[in-house]
Design a protein around this ligand. Structure first.
Ligand SMILES: *Cc1c(COP(=O)(O)O)cnc(C)c1O
Length: 427
């Protein structure tokens, strides 16, 4: 499509937007009577208006029937999880039985490490991305120590080549090949949180399996952002959070995926709890753990009903919007953002912005990370004080992520226009 960097053109794209009515379903932050431009859906997605109702229904069930709400009422709590996994199967690209909604992301990563990191002799190494998200780094470090191993010996971090910002798949595959006799696990962010780069999860999984390793992904920045096919890619396990692109609120309950080939594996190690016990006989409360033969077998505790309700509300919106339609809009909204940013960069006498997110469409999702070559913090502060929510990552990066459900083309244009004025010193 031929884009134009004008307000009227942006508005014409909004007119044609199949998802334009969905913005109404979210609470947009307002300051001094003015709607803010919220480009932080990659950090904490906005609140759907209907989430209150979903949570209220749980509270109503609790007040009306107490614990019996698990089994009676219009929407018995005992079946609640199956509604969630059904909705997630499209977003994650997996069978419902391979998905479970529980805990938080870091907790789930630890649980998956118990099952999928099984160091044996010299086959004890883990390959991950350099500068992984801090929580993932601490998870690796503490988990490796828990096995009595030294993180410096075990962890192999892959970094971009000198002068580059992103990882090359060929480099990742080469490191896998090089360590193929000592590799226990490969665990990457499916999208790097800092650069916004999408990893080639399919290729990494195949290479990892050829090397005899387990392969998992942290999907914090993927889930609800880009299409995934975890089952077809044959990924062993994955975890994600539901408060970023999935709008289920701060500290929302997270998700985990376990490939079905492990569901009946009696030898798989895991930390168990009663909520992962076979449903038919769970309430006999017998000795000896017998897991549900699905990803639910990794559940530990009584479900977080109020938090599940927020996820259910989010899934309902995505169901009505349509995942494919969301993907179509994501691509064009993001392409428009890149177009506007390129125009700005080209109009500067000196280059002020270096994009560290790969420009190729299949290598990024909603997010664009801009390395500011000059006045970075000042630009960030001025964007924020002009009602544009973006985020700042040390030392010099501004990240922003317009999302298809509630952001508009007009907002993207306004952002570009404001950034241009800031860079020109007019604001
Ligand atoms: C956001 C994020 C987390 C956060 O983990 P929580 O346990 O949900 O706080 C972890 N890893 C990555 C890659 C993230 O982007």
């Amino acid at each position: 499509m031929q884009f134009e960097n004008t307000l009227s053109f942006a508005q014409s794209l909004d007119e044609k937007d199949l998802l334009k009515d969905f913005r109404e379903e979210f609470i947009i932050p307002v300051e001094n009577g003015k709607e803010q431009i919220y480009f932080l859906g990659n950090s904490l997605g906005l609140q759907p208006k209907q989430t209150t109702t979903y949570i209220q229904r749980i509270l109503d069930g609790w007040s009306k029937h107490g614990v019996e709400s698990f089994f009676i009422g219009d929407d018995p709590w005992i079946d609640y999880h199956s509604h969630l996994t059904k909705a997630f199967s499209i977003i994650i690209g997996a069978k419902s039985s391979e998905i479970t909604i529980m805990n938080n992301l870091t907790v789930n990563l630890h649980l998956m490490m118990v099952s999928f990191y099984r160091p044996q002799g010299k086959r004890n190494k883990i390959i991950c991305e350099g500068k992984a998200f801090p929580s993932d780094q601490y998870m690796f470090e503490s988990h490796i120590k828990h096995h009595g191993l030294n993180p410096d010996d075990v962890l192999i971090e892959i970094n971009p080549r000198a002068g580059e910002h992103c990882l090359r798949t060929e480099d990742i595959l080469q490191v896998i090949e090089k360590h193929k006799d000592e590799l226990a696990l490969i665990l990457f962010g499916g999208i790097n949180y800092y650069t916004g780069q999408v990893m080639d999860m399919n290729a990494i999984t195949s290479a990892g399996h050829r090397a005899g390793a387990r392969v998992g992904f942290d999907l914090a920045h993927c889930a609800g952002n880009i299409p995934l096919q975890l089952h077809d890619w044959d990924v062993d396990f994955a975890c994600w959070c539901n408060y970023k692109y999935l709008n289920a609120g701060p500290g929302a309950v997270g998700g985990a995926y376990v490939h079905e080939r492990f569901h009946n594996d009696a030898d798989i190690n895991r930390f168990a709890g009663w909520w992962g016990y076979k449903k038919e006989t769970r309430f006999k409360m017998d000795k000896g753990f017998q897991p549900i033969t699905s990803a639910e077998g990794w559940q530990l505790s009584t479900p977080h009903m109020m938090l599940w309700a927020a996820v259910r509300s989010s899934m309902d919106i995505i169901g009505r919007a349509g995942w494919d339609t969301m993907q179509q809009k994501r691509k064009i909204l993001n392409a428009y953002l890149w177009f506007v940013l390129d125009k700005i960069n080209a109009s500067q006498k000196e280059k002020q912005i270096e994009f560290i997110t790969p420009g190729e469409e299949e290598q990024h999702g909603c997010q664009v990370s801009m390395l500011m070559l000059q006045k970075g913090k000042e630009v960030y502060d001025k964007l924020m004080s002009n009602g544009i929510y973006v985020d700042w990552r040390e030392p010099n990066v501004i990240r922003l992520a317009p999302v298809p459900l509630y952001n508009t083309f007009e907002e993207v244009w306004k952002f570009g226009n404001t950034l241009h004025s800031i860079l020109q010193g007019k604001i």
